[in-house]
Write a protein that binds this ligand. Structure first.
Ligand code: F6R
Length: 239
């Protein structure tokens, strides 16, 4: 695991983009995350694309998760998030992008379909954020590492953290999501995890320090992965 600390989110995200670019080519498959952590990285991807340095025409993408219970037109759905923050600004083909179909009335069929898609994909680089409780994707503490795509009941701390995207009203935050499993995340060839702000310090400490791997702090599973880059700002650094 490579652990890199930067003065700011911007600097960390610039370096994350350099690392990403060294690991992919224009035919690669990306695993993508939503939330605050990857936004500055997506800005780097967009500006390099606009400068004519990289094309996403043949790139495929798979997102980690999607809320259950809000429409894809909702500005905070992860379908919409990806359009607003990345897909609308690069030349990726819509048909090559995949976000869990959590709005499907037959949810178990949708889970099965996403699992099959993931099983047939080879993700070159998975972008991750991390929850203050250590979740990756929406694999909350206690999730068995062997689980694949599933529906999750979001923990209270996740609902509270994400209320900042919903007018700070926890009642507006969906209570469930569909997520890739830890097993699916671990299949990626490389992983780039971004964490910013003091609230992430504890999870980062558990991820970077010592040998403990526990389902109670899901991100610790990454200690078992052969190629992980963890980039943080100094507020998320634990030293
Ligand atoms: C998002 C995701 C989550 C977030 C995590 C951190 O697709 O899977 O694990 O990465 O909740 O969220 P932010 O980046 O908003 O602090």
């Amino acid at each position: 695991m490579k652990y890199l600390v930067f003065d700011s989110k911007k600097e960390a995200s610039k370096e994350a983009y350099k690392i990403l670019k060294s690991l992919i080519n224009e035919n690669s498959t990306l695993g993508l995350a939503t939330g605050g952590s990857p936004i500055a990285l997506y800005e780097e991807m967009i500006s390099d694309y606009k400068a004519g340095n990289f094309s996403y025409k043949n790139v495929k993408s798979y997102n980690l998760d999607e809320y259950v219970g809000i429409s894809y037109d909702h500005p905070e759905s992860y379908h919409k998030f990806m359009e607003i923050n990345l897909f609308n600004h690069i030349d990726i083909e819509k048909a090559n992008t995949h976000v869990p179909d959590a709005g499907n009335s037959d949810l178990s069929a949708a889970l099965k379909a996403y699992q099959e898609q993931l099983n047939n994909a080879e993700i070159d680089v998975q972008i991750l954020g991390v929850g203050s409780n250590g979740h990756i994707g929406f694999n909350e503490p206690g999730t068995p590492f062997e689980k694949g795509v599933h529906v999750v009941d979001l923990k209270q701390e996740t609902i509270e953290a994400n209320s900042r995207f919903f007018n700070n009203d926890i009642n507006l935050v969906p209570k469930q999501a569909v997520t890739m499993g830890i097993k699916d995340i671990m299949r990626a060839k490389h992983i780039i995890l971004l964490a910013f702000g003091e609230a992430k310090q504890h999870a980062i400490k558990r991820l970077v320090e010592g040998d403990e791997i526990t389902e109670n702090i899901p991100c610790t599973v990454l200690k078992n992965h052969p190629s992980v880059y963890v980039l943080v700002d100094k507020e998320a650094d634990f030293k």
